[in-house]
Design a binder for this molecule. Structure first.
Ligand SMILES: *Cc1c(COP(=O)(O)O)cnc(C)c1O
Length: 394
């Protein structure tokens, strides 16, 4: 296995991209699905933004350095990774806040229906936000396993369903759900659909336009490496933008913000997805971080992601006792860039791994999660992690 890892690394077309990251020596970092590693360009960009743009340019930088338009400009840089034409993504606020905006907007677009259908395996914040949006708009929520949604949509999506909210990749198991199939079924049943692509953006090609997705939100501090708390993004296809009536109508989403007018008039285009002042330092650190993607084809990232996770599963099968460790991530290609294992005492095992500089994470009740970011993880890292796990478990 060690030999195979070396061969795979030697043949890896993305291997040189690793040098674009500032990684701590001797650490194997398999938690890039929670907080991406630091791209060197993010650090240098942030330094320039703080010292020169802010320090010297002061308030002039809102215009001289394009701060005002940055949420849409950075959104257009993310667009190619999620299969969106330009002018449909804005970067601002957190994923949670953007979920709230699109949930309320979707309800307003489908006012005769009063149910929000949510993914029972979704990231908790999605459900929390859906419950609040439902309370505020006089709707109710119902949660359903995405497998049932994929298998039998006509039975699940009802005449009362206004909107369906699904996580593209299950954050716990890494299972990948069928975006074209579920979207088409929701539309056939008269419902809108919101996809949370937090764990798929930067992991594999997402095809928002091609799948006719109504709304999408996603996180930038995972596989996009934007840094802790970097702002999230929000996608609204062009044909829905004029009717996109989001509830957090701050002045940055106003048609003429500097008129200081007494009443709200929404901006045209994706600026209407904004609220108040953007978190400019985080946003521009993300802008720098996205340089790590220059010249990188997302199809190559997918190919390597499948190979890396597949190789790690092979190592687990070979090196770990199958009566103690179960791979809960799908073994076919229907998975994101993570492998999750269940094992008794998972929390203590992860602590021991981290103490030995192999960083993954633990999710209750008994899940060990390993994220494989193809831009900077090597096959040798996957082997090393599985070998260490083998020593700790047996
Ligand atoms: C990480 C993640 C989020 C993050 O939400 P924030 O409000 O940006 O912290 C939301 N949804 C999913 C599915 C995630 O994986």
């Amino acid at each position: 296995l060690a030999q195979r890892a070396a061969q795979l690394d030697a043949a890896d077309p993305l291997a040189p991209v690793r040098a674009r990251f500032d990684l701590p020596p001797g650490t194997v970092y398999l938690d890039g699905n929670s907080l991406g590693a630091l791209p060197s360009a993010a650090a240098s960009r942030l330094d320039d933004v703080v010292r020169r743009q802010w320090g010297r340019g002061l308030i002039r930088s809102w215009w001289d350095h394009g701060w005002w338009e940055a949420p849409q400009r950075v959104g257009d840089r993310i667009a190619r990774l999620v299969g969106a034409a330009a002018g449909q993504i804005v970067v601002c606020d957190s994923t949670s806040v953007n979920l709230f905006k699109v949930l309320v907007a979707a309800r307003r677009l489908n006012p005769d229906r009063d149910e929000i259908l949510i993914d029972a395996t979704g990231f908790p914040t999605d459900g929390y936000m859906a419950e609040s949006a439902a309370r505020l708009t006089g709707a109710s929520t119902r949660s359903v396993h995405p497998r049932r949604l994929a298998e039998n949509p006509a039975e699940i999506i009802g005449a009362r369903t206004a909107v369906v909210l699904v996580n593209h990749v299950d954050y716990r198991t890494g299972a990948l759900w069928d975006m074209p199939g579920i979207t088409e079924a929701a539309h056939a049943a008269g419902a809108l659909v919101i996809w949370d692509v937090s764990h798929s953006v930067g992991a594999f090609p997402v095809r928002l336009d091609e799948c006719s997705v109504d709304f999408a939100v996603g996180c930038t501090y995972k596989f996009l490496n934007g840094g802790p708390g970097s702002p999230a993004f929000l996608y609204v296809p062009r044909h829905l933008q004029a009717d996109f009536d989001q509830p957090l109508t701050g002045w940055h989403s106003h048609h003429r913000p500097f008129d200081m007018a007494p009443h709200y008039e929404p901006a045209h285009g994706m600026a209407r997805g904004r609220s108040g002042s953007p978190e400019m330092l985080s946003l521009l650190a993300l802008d720098g971080a996205l340089d790590a993607w220059n010249g990188v084809a997302i199809e190559d990232v997918r190919t390597k992601g499948v190979a890396l996770t597949g190789f790690f599963i092979d190592c687990v099968d070979a090196l770990l006792p199958s009566d103690q460790v179960t791979v809960v991530t799908p073994r076919d290609r229907r998975r994101g860039n993570q492998v999750s294992l269940t094992t008794p005492g998972a929390a203590a095992i992860m602590d021991a791994m981290i103490a030995r500089a192999v960083i993954g994470d633990f999710r209750p009740p008994d899940v060990l999660r390993f994220g494989f970011a193809p831009l900077y993880i090597r096959f040798a890292d996957a082997f090393h992690a599985a070998a260490l796990l083998g020593d700790l478990v047996s």
